[in-house]
Ligand binder design. Structure first.
Ligand SMILES: [Zn+2]
Length: 423
């Protein structure tokens, strides 16, 4: 620890002076801000392998070269900037992503990448001497906005997405992932698992804006992630009978919309009872006519909870409520689990090490959002730092973190990198 250790606890206190990291954060943030921002919405449209993505990538490369770092892209198009020998092993790696969801906010992803460069500036300002290689990364296509699958860059590298499956991905215009990569100047033949690269990483730390209000409620600028909640998606098919909305008596109807509506309310109740979240955010209706009783309502449930048992309890209760109501309404119901991601527990030893480096007073919190760090955690020791988001809003132009909190994040990340890589 050094005299630059920030006061992570006091919400109202000004961030401590640190010209190195704080100043470079500010100028980098302003450089990156206009790239891919939509004039009408103010949101970002930085989709994988598009022009805005290329501009972000150029920016990353320029930051690497300006600092005398060794720049490379890996076989999956992820960007790397190395201080020290990339082949030496036991590297400390930090970074995040620069792509966005449709009309996303400025912070989700870029905060981690910009903070990584700023933390390196801070350490050089402190005169830190590195005993392990350090790398800064930008993982490609984290949000999955274009091809519908999140964390493509890190999934490919970790072997959790095969080349064959990646080749099947198509965007809304029917352009395949390999053609999009090719158009952006990358070789899609090369993509695939990269165990040699992962084997050279001793620790991965991702700083990210918090996508909830836990830090705002606790009055802390910075937190450490404990785990990524298990989450899944279930498809509910409610089948009834299409009929005339004007002439069919209420008692004669088999209306699946009623059953669906009751299920949405049950999902809300069960999630609230269990301290979980459950959302029906997508629906398809047949025949989808204003004056027709539906024959089919298909609703997709997204549910997440702090642990598997709670999630199981919530989803089972929602299914039970749906079946009971379907019985009453004369509706046939089928439920299919379409995807499931188990809990990601970040490595306890690294998490405890971060806590120790940051003075032991940093809150440890779980999150319901997925990250590259969650993908990599299956292969390398991984940790995350969260920076306070006063409204908790994310994936929206309203996403926000105060500059003092961003600076506290930079200094916390610098402390962590110093503690891990400068021993
Ligand atoms: Zn993100």
């Amino acid at each position: 620890m050094t005299s630059h250790t920030p006061d992570h606890g006091a919400a109202g206190a000004p961030a401590p002076a640190a010209p190195g990291g704080a100043r470079s954060f500010h100028s980098m943030w302003n450089e990156l801000a206009p790239i891919g921002r939509h004039a009408d919405t103010g949101g970002y449209r930085r989709y994988a392998w598009t022009g805005a993505d290329a501009d972000c990538r150029t920016w990353f490369q320029e930051q690497a070269l300006a600092r005398g770092l060794t720049y490379e892209t890996d076989r999956n198009g992820n960007q790397w900037a190395w201080l020290g020998d990339p082949l030496a092993g036991d590297a400390v790696v930090t970074g995040s992503h620069l792509d966005s969801v449709p009309d996303g906010g400025a912070f989700d992803g870029p905060l981690g990448v910009v903070s990584s460069f700023a933390a390196l500036d801070e350490l050089r300002h402190r005169g830190a001497e590195f005993s392990r290689p350090l790398a800064i990364t930008n993982f490609g296509d984290e949000e999955g906005a274009r091809f519908g699958l999140a964390c493509v860059g890190s999934r490919l590298t970790a072997g959790q997405l095969t080349k064959e499956k990646a080749y099947e991905l198509r965007d809304g215009d029917g352009v395949s992932l390999p053609r999009a990569m090719e158009a952006a100047g990358y070789d899609p033949d090369a993509i695939g698992a990269d165990p040699e690269r992962l084997a050279r990483i001793g620790a991965f730390v991702e700083l990210h804006v918090e996508q909830g209000r836990a830090l705002d409620l606790s009055g802390d600028r910075v937190g450490i992630a404990s785990a990524i909640w298990p989450h899944g998606r279930w498809r509910f098919d409610f089948r009834g009978e299409a009929n005339h909305a004007g002439t069919t008596r209420l008692v004669d109807r088999r209306d699946p919309m009623l059953t669906y509506a009751a299920t949405v309310l049950a999902a809300r109740t069960e999630a609230a009872l269990a301290g979980a979240v459950a959302t029906f955010g997508k629906i398809a209706v047949e025949p989808n006519g204003v004056n027709a009783i539906p024959s089919l309502v298909r609703g997709w449930l997204d549910s997440r909870a702090a642990d598997q048992a709670t999630l199981d309890t919530v989803v089972t209760a929602i299914e039970k409520a749906a079946h009971e109501r379907a019985e009453q309404d004369g509706i046939d119901l089928a439920v299919v689990r379409e995807s499931f991601t188990p809990v990601v527990e970040f490595e306890h030893a690294l998490r405890d090490e971060l806590n120790r480096i940051l003075g032991g007073a940093v809150p440890v919190l779980g999150t319901g959002a997925g990250h590259d760090a969650g993908i990599l955690s299956a292969a390398v020791p991984t940790a995350m730092l969260f920076v306070r988001n006063p409204t908790g809003v994310s994936h929206s132009p309203r996403e926000f973190a105060a500059e003092d909190d961003c600076t506290a994040g930079v200094l916390a990340l610098a402390d962590v990198l110093e503690g891990l890589a400068c021993r």
